[in-house]
Design a binder for this molecule. Structure first.
Ligand SMILES: [Zn+2]
Length: 262
């Protein structure tokens, strides 16, 4: 039973990685984000398939947002996260053409637990500077942990990244990510624990939550966001190294349309 479930999740993960999250359809850049919704898939002849990124333009729950502009609803117990990542013996270091990404291996067991629901960690990546803002504050970078459940729902856990102490796991990622876009470093023999980017013993973090979307095409909605209240620190040199891959790979803030933080 456990194996069946695992296979099911793996198939979902593969679909996510090969389809929705990474490369579905026509190319796009952050520079043209104002018109992502109008990008045509020339292999298609019918609406809506001709406009695979239409949600970027017409979605009402788009991310990122200005968190300071949202009203805060009383927090609830089910909002509490359980972060149970563990060591991945075969991570894939991936320069996906717009971000530095680490894909977890297919049999990776690291999980996010929300209430009694379990979401698998499938990848994590960075944007610099941050995508979410707090009023006038845009952070030096933002870390996104992407999780998927076997029913296809997605949770992204986001952390603001600031300059401070050097992070050894960050260095491992930076040193092993290919400098060439769309290249993967598989079978590096290097193990990493995604937990190690976070503060020590950070299994029950305090977080704000909001409904949102992927911040890159196809801007899929039905993504639940959790914003960690503590920041991640990397050194100034590491921030520079991250920015040598990509800088300004962020999406502008989107309308809240009445959404609040929980
Ligand atoms: Zn992201």
């Amino acid at each position: 039973m456990k194996i069946n479930k695992f296979v099911f999740i793996s198939v979902a993960i593969i679909m996510m990685l090969s389809g929705t999250l990474i490369h579905a359809g026509p190319p796009w850049t952050h520079a043209e984000q104002a018109t992502w919704g109008a990008i045509e898939d020339t292999t298609q002849t019918e609406v809506p398939k001709m406009y695979p990124y239409a949600t970027c333009a017409i979605g009402k729950n788009q991310s990122p947002v200005d968190l300071a502009a949202a009203t805060i609803k009383q927090s609830k117990d089910q909002n509490r996260l359980g972060v149970w990542y563990e060591v991945d013996d075969a991570p894939v270091f991936f320069n996906n053409g717009s971000e530095v990404v680490v894909n977890t291996s297919l049999d990776y067991q690291g999980q996010l637990v929300v209430g009694d629901e379990v979401f698998q960690l499938i990848q994590f990546h960075f944007h610099s500077p941050s995508e979410h803002v707090l009023g006038p504050t845009r952070f030096p970078a933002e870390l996104h942990y992407v999780h998927v459940r076997d029913d296809g729902r997605i949770i992204v856990v986001a952390a603001a990244v600031v300059e401070g102490e050097r992070n050894e796991t960050m260095q491992t990622i930076l040193d092993n990510t290919p400098s060439t876009p769309n290249q993967k470093n598989e079978n590096s023999g290097i193990s990493i624990n995604p937990m190690a980017l976070l503060p020590p013993n950070y299994h029950r973090p305090d977080a704000w939550s909001m409904a949102g979307s992927l911040t890159t095409p196809p801007c899929t909605e039905n993504v639940q966001w959790y914003f960690l209240q503590e920041v991640v620190t990397i050194s100034t040199e590491q921030l520079e190294q991250l920015r040598a891959f990509y800088f300004n790979d962020y999406r502008e803030v989107q309308d809240l349309n009445g959404r609040s933080l929980i």
